[in-house]
Ligand binder design. Structure first.
Ligand code: GDP
Length: 585
């Protein structure tokens, strides 16, 4: 009968070890074997702990400890009383194939349409900002690719109202365009197509429209509903029209939010900043956020100390669809955490604490992920990687994107990850586990570089997420066992046997179909049954050696056999080649 032990929903490795009467190192080692790097003070969730207990073969059943109701203070989130709904700016993501002009278009829009006041002062990490068009605001998410978009979606929030899909008119729809279309369609996000680079000679809007029509996206002027705006991010032509279309679609969607109550929103980036401590970029979805408000984001809380707009200028308050930078967090919130304002610090503390207790997902590793790893351990090859990035948002989107590359045969195991410079500890971890270190938007300090070289650890730095992912994909493809590709050549009907030894047959016959080549392999078929497999080492047309013989021709054929083969007149030889081919993911 299994012993029953009550533990908290989230439990540190140390206290679990105490409960189980085991040395903590034993648990840490077992977790490590499963690719989970934890220290004694880190928390795992109860499901992970249960799997761990099973893996260790312990006769123990873990049950969640009951938390007295008085200790839990339920979040007041979304309990809006009589919200006063008003139109709000649309939140727009720009997506599209690499090099089609996403960055240029965003730059153009930003430089010519910044919200009243001077341009500039755009702080480095702001990944969302607002522009103004005809006295109305549009919020742009400057995501490092649709990975980030997908990551935000995966975290359960629909942040984006509309996607501008940039397609270079001289290049047409490309794989990442199609991917962007799929994303937007799946997410139920409206699309506006920017047919970019119309200043270029090869630009062909009609061809682009044709391609869209083939994707069931019939352009408006062809009788459909898909909006296509020709633009040039270089000259600026069409950009205002594009923004007008965005506003039009927003109007049709009837986007509204409560613009008076307490704020709710989503953390879209978080990082440490010198002098300010943890700083988050957040998007307000409902209500108004004021300086001095208390807010809870997952298991952390903040008293909003400095509230900045996307240009880095201090503001007193911000309403729906506004991207802001918030300082005053007690610790770093997580990318994708939703936040809401509460009445006071006591409430903020209580709610964030309750989230630590109840939020199983705040652990780096959830039970499903652990199960996945365990079930894969024996069947799948793994590429081990350690990921570092400049900010939490990029890190989350890199990690989420990496997970999406896995397939049944091969996977990436993340042995470590974090925000900030690649340090010597990372190199040691990578060396111990045989991992490649990937750095996103980082540089490599010389001392770390030296240590990496000494330890034969490969460190790869990227500034573009696609390139990082392509590199991982290439590594994974190298690990895939090559595929055996069989190509059928043709069939020979045996008409005479000239010589038979223990390992060789020389015969003659007629090519019934196809073109025979040598060297090749052949199946020997008698009465529709395969009786042997042989190697074809030579072909002869008359007395001459031939490299190939065609259908209808007579030829001689040299075969090498494993065992003595008594070939007979009327047997058929089916010739084929086998080739090992590298596989793609
Ligand atoms: P992204 O990868 O989609 O962000 O593309 P970029 O904005 O980096 O643009 C890729 C290249 O196309 C750059 O060399 C740009 O200067 C160029 N480009 C972008 N938009 C235009 C345009 O409207 N006209 C022309 N001629 N070049 C453009």
């Amino acid at each position: 009968m299994a012993r029953k032990i009550e533990i908290d929903n989230m439990v540190t490795v140390g206290s679990l070890a105490t409960e189980l009467d085991l040395p903590a190192t034993k648990l840490i080692t077992e977790l490590f074997k499963n690719g989970i790097m934890v220290t004694i003070n880190e928390k795992i969730d109860i499901d992970t702990a249960s799997i761990l207990v099973d893996e260790l073969g312990l006769e123990v059943e873990l049950a969640p400890r009951q938390i007295p109701a008085s200790e839990i203070s339920k979040p007041t989130q979304s309990q809006r009383q009589n919200p006063k709904l008003e139109p709000r700016p649309p939140v727009v993501a720009v997506m599209g194939h690499v090099d089609h002009g996403k960055t240029s278009l965003l730059d153009k829009i930003r430089s010519s349409n910044v919200v009243a006041g001077e341009a500039g002062g755009i702080t480095q990490h702001i990944s969302a900002y607002q522009v103004e068009r005809k006295d109305r605001k549009i919020t742009f998410l400057d995501t490092p690719g649709h990975e980030a978009f997908a990551a935000i979606r995966e975290h359960g929030a629909v942040l984006t109202d509309l996607a501008i899909i940039v397609v270079a008119a001289d290049d047409g729809l490309k794989p990442q365009t199609l991917e962007a279309i799929r994303f937007a369609t799946k997410a139920g996000v409206k699309m506006v197509f920017a047919a970019n680079k119309i200043d270029k000679e090869g630009a062909n809007i009609d061809r682009l429209k044709q391609q869209l029509a083939e994707q069931n996206l019939l352009p408006e002027d062809w009788g459909g509903q898909t909006i296509v705006v020709p633009v040039s991010a270089k000259t600026g032509e069409g950009v205002d029209k594009l923004l007008d279309m965005v506003l039009l679609v927003a109007d049709l969607e009837g986007l509204e939010a409560d613009s008076h109550g307490p704020a709710e929103g989503l953390v879209i980036e978080a990082h440490m900043e010198k002098g300010l401590g943890p700083v988050a970029t957040a998007m307000i979805q409902q209500g108004v956020l004021n300086q001095g408000d208390f807010l809870v984001a997952g298991s952390v809380y903040a008293k909003v100390k400095v509230l900045n707009d996307s240009r880095g200028q201090e503001i007193k308050s911000a309403g729906p669809s506004t991207p802001v930078q918030i300082s005053g967090f007690k610790s770093l919130p997580e990318f994708g955490d939703s936040f809401h304002v509460v009445a006071n610090e006591k409430e903020a503390k209580a709610q964030s604490m309750a989230n630590v207790k109840s939020d199983a997902h705040s652990s780096n590793m959830t039970s499903t992920e652990m199960l996945r790893i365990i079930s894969r351990r024996t069947t799948v090859d793994e590429l081990k990687v350690l990921i570092k990035a400049d900010v939490q948002g990029s890190l989350a989107s890199v990690i989420d994107s990496i997970k999406s590359i896995d397939n049944d045969e091969i996977s990436t195991r993340i042995v470590g990850s974090g925000v900030g410079n690649i340090n010597e500890n990372d190199v040691r971890t990578a060396a111990a586990s045989g991992a490649i270190i990937y750095g996103f938007n980082l540089t490599l300090p010389p001392a770390t570089k030296r240590l990496a070289t000494e330890n034969n650890v490969s460190v790869r730095l990227f500034k573009i997420i696609y390139e990082l992912l392509d590199d991982i994909r290439a590594e994974l493809e190298n690990m895939l066992s090559p595929e055996l590709v069989t190509t059928e050549l043709g069939t020979l009907k045996v008409k005479g046997i000239f010589k038979t030894t223990k390992t060789e047959v020389i015969a003659g016959g007629e090519v019934l179909k196809g073109t025979l080549r040598s060297p090749a392999k052949a199946r020997v078929i008698r009465d529709k049954q395969e009786i042997a497999k042989v190697e074809v080492t030579g072909l002869k047309r008359g007395p001459q050696d031939a490299s190939e013989v065609q259908e209808g021709e007579l030829c001689g054929i040299d075969l090498v056999t494993e065992n003595r083969l008594q070939l007979e007149e009327g047997d058929r030889l089916e010739l084929y080649t086998e080739e090992l081919k590298d596989r793609k993911l």
